[in-house]
Ligand binder design. Structure first.
Ligand code: ADP
Ligand code: MG
Length: 366
């Protein structure tokens, strides 16, 4: 097991017009599955290809453990890779596909068989072993590609959106198989995806990427609960956080947020008279009721729809603000036009004007 370290890594394309990776320094810990998560075009594939040695960097270094591998060929780096489209060899069956690199490494027949057995059991694909590649759906083909990468027992395995192009009905099954595999493998894995639910399911740690930089590195739970900036709040969650911008001063109800709270709130740690802030709260943390409660303000239901899991997604107008709330079916069903809305203070995250968490130890208090 080795950690992967990139040091001040930069990649420019088109003579510097495009900066795909921006002076990035980061350690991907040994034995950890790190999901590199970010929107399309933020530089995930480029970063992965540089780590794999498929692309050279403009500047900076890549280390596997203490070894500087910046100038190593892909082969010399000894990594396993799985790409967006399954790489499989036609005309030979599944077993032969998985064995191919093992033959190149001149492993004994017994060792080869054992490696194949192991990985095939892990991925629950025993039944497919003797089948022709051409007869498989693309989910199973991708499993073959995964099996081949894993059976080599490389030091590091890199995945670039392996589920993205798999048929919708095979997706869930493949995701489950990968989850099981990652838990058992205990290997250093970087898994690139633009899909937050995939990252939340598979990752030990998420590296959230934006515009060639890693903006946050945390456990899925922590990243979701405490995004370091509005981007993380917006990108994670379905839908993402509600944001309310305004000018805050203590004790008063100044600013655009006047309508969010039933009573005046305080900003502990506020220096100076007032601060321009953005308040963020996740839709599932917004409380809604048909009955008035002490912390609640009045809102109007603009829209309600049933979403995954039977929950209701409610769009509300609260004063001059619009927001979304996710509520259980029992609550959603009862809601008419009027609702009482509460924004629990402990669920609110603060961001400064630059979109990042404020430096000072600012905190909301009743
Ligand atoms: P992601 O995998 O996150 O979608 P990429 O790493 O593929 O992002 O791309 C990052 C940026 O670099 C994008 O703006 C993309 O257009 C650009 N890019 C990637 N590869 C090349 C290339 N070979 N030539 C020019 N620009 C490229
Ligand atoms: Mg990509």
């Amino acid at each position: 097991m080795l950690d992967i370290r990139v040091d001040n890594l930069r990649k420019e394309f088109d003579g510097g017009k495009v900066v795909a990776v921006r002076d990035l320094s980061m350690t991907f810990p040994a034995g950890t599955t790190t999901c590199l998560l970010g929107p399309s075009g933020c530089g995930k594939t480029t970063l992965m290809r540089i780590i794999a040695g498929l692309e050279s960097s403009t500047s900076g270094d890549v280390y596997f453990g203490d070894e500087r591998v910046t100038n190593y060929s892909t082969r010399r780096r000894n990594i396993g890779m799985v790409f967006q489209y399954p790489v499989v060899y036609r005309g030979i069956n599944v077993r032969e596909n998985i064995e191919l690199p093992l033959k190149e490494e001149r492993l004994s027949n017994a060792e080869r068989s054992q490696r194949v057995e192991e990985v095939v059991t892990l991925l629950e694909m025993e039944d497919a072993l003797n089948r022709d590649i051409a007869s498989l759906d693309n989910g199973t083909r991708q499993k073959v590609a995964v099996a081949r990468a894993v059976a080599r027992q490389p030091r590091i395995i890199l995945f670039d959106e392996p589920i993205t192009n798999v048929d919708i009905n095979a997706k869930l099954q493949l995701k489950r198989a990968l989850k099981e595999l990652f838990t058992r493998l205990n290997q250093t894995i970087i898994y690139v995806t633009h899909d937050q639910t995939e990252a939340m399911t598979l990752a030990d740690k998420i590296a959230l990427m934006r515009d060639g930089e890693i903006v946050q590195y945390d456990s899925p739970r922590e990243l979701y609960a405490n995004p370091g900036d509005v981007f993380g709040g917006w990108f994670l969650g379905n839908p993402g956080m509600n944001f309310f911008e305004g000018l805050f001063s203590n004790g008063s109800k100044a600013g655009a947020n006047v309508s969010l709270f039933a009573s005046p709130i305080n900003l502990n740690g506020l220096t100076g008279g007032a601060a321009n802030l953005t308040l963020g709260i996740r839709p599932e943390d917004v409380k809604i009721s048909t009955e008035k409660s002490c912390g609640a303000v009045q809102g109007t239901v603009l829209n309600k729809s049933i979403i995954v899991g039977g929950q209701y997604l409610i769009t509300l107008q609260v004063g001059d603000q619009r927001c979304k709330a996710k509520v259980p079916a029992t609550v959603g069903r009862q809601l008419g036009k009027n609702a009482w809305v509460e924004f629990p203070i402990e669920k609110i995250r603060l961001f400064g004007m630059d979109g990042h968490q404020p430096e000072a130890s600012l905190a909301l208090a009743p």
